[in-house]
Design a protein around this ligand. Structure first.
Ligand SMILES: [Zn+2]
Length: 262
């Protein structure tokens, strides 16, 4: 059996759950404290994570939820009572959509302590105040409203949330007024971050600097093709649920084109 989490940069560990290749990021700070980003996904995954942390003398002193989707709002009693943050917009959306988010957990990862689910508070400012490496927040509205990527300038690690995946196509927030424009804006923001040496997607595999740029290019190419109504031959279209989302995104693009032509 391998390590639960891989150290991808000094003091930055990534655990990958089997379900949806979901990542959890652990950033070691001072005096055994750590910043825990998106702990996921099953009850057993969180129990194993808590065991791994305590075996290494690490204790979460702050949590970060990258965006208001159920698989990024989980927590367990064994992870302790640290404050958990998200962008103000993400906190508002999580509160408004709590019932739907809970249905998502119950359907896909039952058994979590719902008293701890989505208990996030708004982070004011653009940096997490915690005793450890600087953690800067880059907020945008691609994929989900109030999406907050974390960039660690000391190590050049970007924790991207559900963006820049190698296993999922760009998944747009079709509930917003301009899903394609919003997604492009989010990509532009992430692409503008200087000094990215390692990329951690919410689902998929860690990439280096070159892979970071390759994924930005691949995601822009995907959006271009969908908006042009072209046939999309993206190697990430591997599963039925992704093909379903892709079809919805194609339909939305076609509808937008039709509307602007009238
Ligand atoms: Zn998501």
């Amino acid at each position: 059996m391998g390590e639960l989490a891989a150290e991808i940069a000094p003091g930055v560990h990534v655990a990958t759950a089997e379900k949806y290749t979901t990542t959890t990021t652990i950033i070691a700070g001072e005096d055994g404290g750590c910043l825990l980003v998106d702990p996921a996904v099953s009850v057993a995954d969180l129990a194993a994570l808590a065991g791994w942390l305590s075996a290494r003398g690490l204790c979460p002193v702050a949590g970060w939820s990258t965006h208001p989707h159920w698989d990024h709002l989980l927590w367990s009693r064994a992870l302790g009572g640290a404050p958990r943050y998200a962008t103000p917009r993400a906190v508002a959306v999580a509160a408004r959509e709590e019932a739907d988010l809970i249905s998502g957990v119950e359907e896909s990862a039952p058994g979590h302590d719902l008293a701890l689910f989505a208990r996030v508070q708004p982070l004011l400012g653009h940096e997490i105040d915690w005793p450890g490496p600087r953690a800067l927040v880059y907020a945008h509205n691609a994929h989900a409203p109030g999406h907050g990527a974390i960039f660690l300038p000391d190590s050049g690690v970007l924790i991207a949330g559900d963006m820049l995946s190698d296993v999922e196509i760009p998944l747009l927030d079709l509930d917003c007024a301009d899903p394609f424009g919003g997604y492009r804006e989010g990509l532009r923001l992430l692409a503008s971050i200087p000094g990215v040496k390692a990329l951690i997607p919410g689902h998929g595999h860690v990439g280096d600097h070159a892979e970071f740029h390759r994924r930005i290019t691949a995601d822009l190419a995907y959006l271009d093709a969908v908006q042009a109504g072209d046939h999309v031959d993206d190697p990430r279209l591997t599963e039925d649920w992704l093909r379903t989302e892709h079809a919805r995104q194609m339909a939305r693009a076609a509808e937008t084109t039709r509307r602007s032509a009238n």
